[in-house]
Ligand binder design. Structure first.
Ligand SMILES: Nc1ncnc2c1ncn2[C@@H]1O[C@H](COP(=O)(O)OP(=O)(O)OP(=O)(O)O)[C@@H](O)[C@H]1O
Ligand SMILES: [Mg+2]
Length: 231
């Protein structure tokens, strides 16, 4: 479905990503783990062209490396950004409308689908998004991304700052999305949780992939255990 080759990301003179190769197949959950500053966000932002990058990215048989983000989104790739970035002064429903900006004809239908998937959002649909709990805001960020009807959803640290119980609910939702044939690229610092639901994993260090393989193998890797799984 997606492949990135020699992906590099630049912030002025700083290189955030130093040549990364990633492949994601139809209906997989792939996780990208690594410590702070490893290049996880840069990888996602580089793929969807929110930052200056070089290398090639292929998505659904099209070279999107030079495409504009809105074109990539319309083609079926969506990002739930780090820190959620919801519009706190807009209502839940207005946030969903923003996510459907290229798909407004289907707004009502898609909104109702999100309300089925996330009943809490329905209860609070007229409420300002900033008044919701962290977990609810994360659900809203995911719902907003789903409004563009992606076939591939990239999530940047969705569990950050959430209570364990809420993290459990979030991962249940991610599994459920895959059942609905949405392919997932999941960036997480909660490596144990991510490796438990993923099919395959990549480990990033200093802007490079240092390990990749079946998630169960990565989970059992002694180096990974020591570095990312707390022993
Ligand atoms: N806007 C920016 N300007 C300058 N350097 C940046 C910028 N964003 C990221 N970097 C640098 O690029 C490298 C990769 O950062 P990136 O944000 O991709 O890491 P990350 O793995 O997502 O980290 P975290 O877990 O903290 O979110 C780091 O060295 C970081 O300092
Ligand atoms: Mg990040």
């Amino acid at each position: 479905m997606l492949s990135a080759h020699e992906l590099k990301v630049f912030y002025g003179v700083i290189q955030g990503l130093k040549g990364v190769d990633i492949e994601i197949n139809d209906r997989e959950i792939v996780t990208l783990i690594g410590s702070n500053g490893a290049g996880k966000t840069s990888t996602l932002n580089g793929i969807i062209n929110l930052v200056r990058s070089t290398g090639t990215v292929n998505f659904l048989n099209e070279d999107i490396s030079r495409s504009q983000t809105h074109h990539i989104v319309r083609k079926g790739l969506a990002l739930v950004p780090e820190g959620r970035k919801i519009f706190t002064n807009l209502t839940i429903e207005e946030n969903l409308r923003m996510g459907a900006y290229n798909n407004l004809a289907n707004f009502t239908h898609l909104r109702d689908r999100m309300f089925t998937l996330f009943p809490r959002l329905k209860e609070r649909r007229k409420q300002m998004a900033g008044t919701m709990s962290g977990g609810e805001q994360q659900m809203l960020a995911i719902a907003r991304a789903l409004m563009s009807e992606p076939v591939l959803l990239m999530l940047d640290e969705p569990s950050l700052g959430l209570a364990p119980k809420v993290v459990g609910e979030l991962f249940t939702i991610i599994r459920q999305l895959r059942e609905e044939n949405i392919t997932i690229l999941l960036v997480e610092q909660n490596a144990t949780a991510a490796l438990t639901i993923a099919d395959r994993a990549y480990v990033l260090e200093n802007g490079k992939i240092v390990l990749s393989g079946a998630a169960q193998e990565v989970l059992a890797n002694p180096e990974v255990k020591k570095m990312y799984l707390g022993g």
